[in-house]
Design a protein around this ligand. Structure first.
Ligand SMILES: [Zn+2]
Length: 462
């Protein structure tokens, strides 16, 4: 009967009102959204503890202080993969990105995957998880954007070297930006596909600077292969600026080919036009953080100092220090600009490369690039370099011209064409909201858990 609701339906409406009110109150107290949480994960590829020490001493003396030295919370991170005590970048990045250990060579699939033979169960990376929840997501690297470390955040692959296939998954990621090298893995038809999917492709530092904001997806492909090394970019800019004082003895248009492979060989020395036009890791990180902050939305950002590892594979100690110092400066920008009440910054390495060591007892004034003669050494002991590697091409098997020329390579004990990774623990540093969660000795998979709990609002803000 219209106009005369039965008593029953009135009660039902009242009941609904009560349920809605209770649900509303519950939502307010349980979800406790608070201010939006953001996180930045910095991964220094190959940056074992000795790389940090060498960079500190080379740049500021033994009592110098890197930006990462100033991060208040630290832990040791265990890097082993499921099939080896010595990980490669794919397994290590997958552990951090996807929260589960897997086998060497595998990207974001579980340990049932067999390298190059069989896919495993697909895992969901923290970046994909964040994207699904409406966070802004971006990746920055100095390698190809399809290289193992960035790829673990968006791709599933039983073979990390399938960079052409990974490029397709990059386009499908729907992230807000991917910045790095690897143009050769995005042929014209794939670039057209990317544009159709909403990506704007930028190829130079100038073009990146001209991007007005993050209202469109940005695919930065600043080089055919990896980005040039930091000293190559600096030298090219110094030459272009007419200062004529590059001082690095950098090779011109470098040759060499990418060699891919699980051993992560040094890859190409790019040189040439990319050295003049590519952005540095600091410039990419500034662009990323400024753009993300402008959106006012929560975000997840991963920044990889990817060529620290490549310098390590070549036993190029000075270049490794330059790469680590630039990576450190990028960390400094994050810490200087982000709000520690809402943002968490983690800094770590995926593994150590080459067994970098600081030997002997050089005088402080002589620094680490000296050779040390032990006045109390045994008869027949020769002066020895303070910096050496445990494996790699050393000073005798160099096949590429390193950025610092003959000053770059240090000797290695075990002669290999490309240095091996080592299984040592690496440092994990933390700053900002939830940083106190970082302590003790952890598995690298814990990095995923810490990021996830922070972004979900489960850790305490400050
Ligand atoms: Zn490597």
């Amino acid at each position: 009967m219209p106009g005369r609701p039965a008593r029953g339906s009135q009660s039902v409406r009242n009941l609904f009102a009560v349920i809605l009110a209770v649900a509303g109150v519950t939502a307010v107290f349980c979800a406790a959204p608070g201010p939006p949480r953001s996180a930045v994960l910095f991964i220094g590829d190959g940056m074992g503890p000795a790389y940090v020490t060498a960079t500190r001493v080379a740049r500021g003396g033994s009592s110098g202080r890197l930006r990462m030295d100033g991060l208040p919370h630290t832990a040791l991170s265990r890097t082993h993969s499921t099939d080896s005590p010595v990980t490669d970048s794919a397994a290590a990045a997958s552990a951090m990105a996807c929260g589960q250990k897997t086998a060497n060579g595998i990207l974001c699939e579980d340990a049932t995957a067999v390298y190059r033979k069989r896919d495993g169960r697909k895992l969901e990376s923290i970046a994909v998880w964040a994207k699904k929840r409406g966070l802004r997501v971006g990746l920055v690297t100095t390698t190809t954007v399809t290289h193992a470390t960035p790829a673990a955040f968006y791709a599933h692959e039983k073979d990390r070297d399938n960079e052409a296939g990974i490029a397709r998954q990059a386009v499908a990621s729907g992230f807000d930006f991917l910045l790095g090298g690897g143009r050769k893995f995005f042929p014209e038809d794939m670039q057209a596909e990317a544009r159709a999917a909403g990506w704007t492709i930028v190829e130079t530092a100038d073009a990146l600077r001209a991007v007005p904001g993050l209202d469109r997806r940005i695919l930065g492909l600043f080089s055919d292969g990896h980005l040039p090394y930091q000293p190559e970019i600096e030298a090219a800019r110094a030459r272009a600026g007419g200062e004529g004082a590059a001082g690095h003895g950098v090779a011109g248009a470098g040759g060499g080919t990418d060699q891919g492979g699980m051993g992560d060989p040094a890859g190409d020395t790019v040189g040439g036009p990319a050295a003049r036009s590519a952005p540095t890791i600091v410039e990419m990180t500034r662009w990323a953080i400024d753009g993300l902050r402008q959106t006012g939305q929560p975000f997840f950002l991963m920044v990889e100092g990817g060529r620290i590892d490549h310098a390590g594979h070549g036993n190029w100690a000075r270049t490794a220090v330059d790469e680590t110092a630039a990576f450190d400066e990028a960390i400094g920008y994050a810490v200087d600009t982000l709000d520690p009440k809402t943002a968490l910054v983690l800094v770590t390495a995926d593994h150590e490369t080459g067994g970098l060591a600081l030997n002997g007892y050089p005088d402080e004034k002589d620094g680490i690039w000296s050779a040390y003669r032990d006045p109390w050494g045994e008869k027949g002991d020769e002066p020895y370099p303070v910096v050496t590697f445990s494996s790699g091409p050393g000073t005798k098997r160099q096949t590429r011209r390193p950025p610092h020329g003959a000053d770059d390579p240090r000797p290695s004990a075990l002669s290999l064409g490309s240095a091996a990774h080592t299984g040592t623990d690496v440092a994990l540093y933390a700053w900002g909201a939830g940083a106190e969660r970082v302590h003790g000795t952890v598995e690298n998979t814990t990095i995923y858990t810490i990021l996830r709990e922070h972004l979900e609002g489960k850790t305490r803000g400050r």
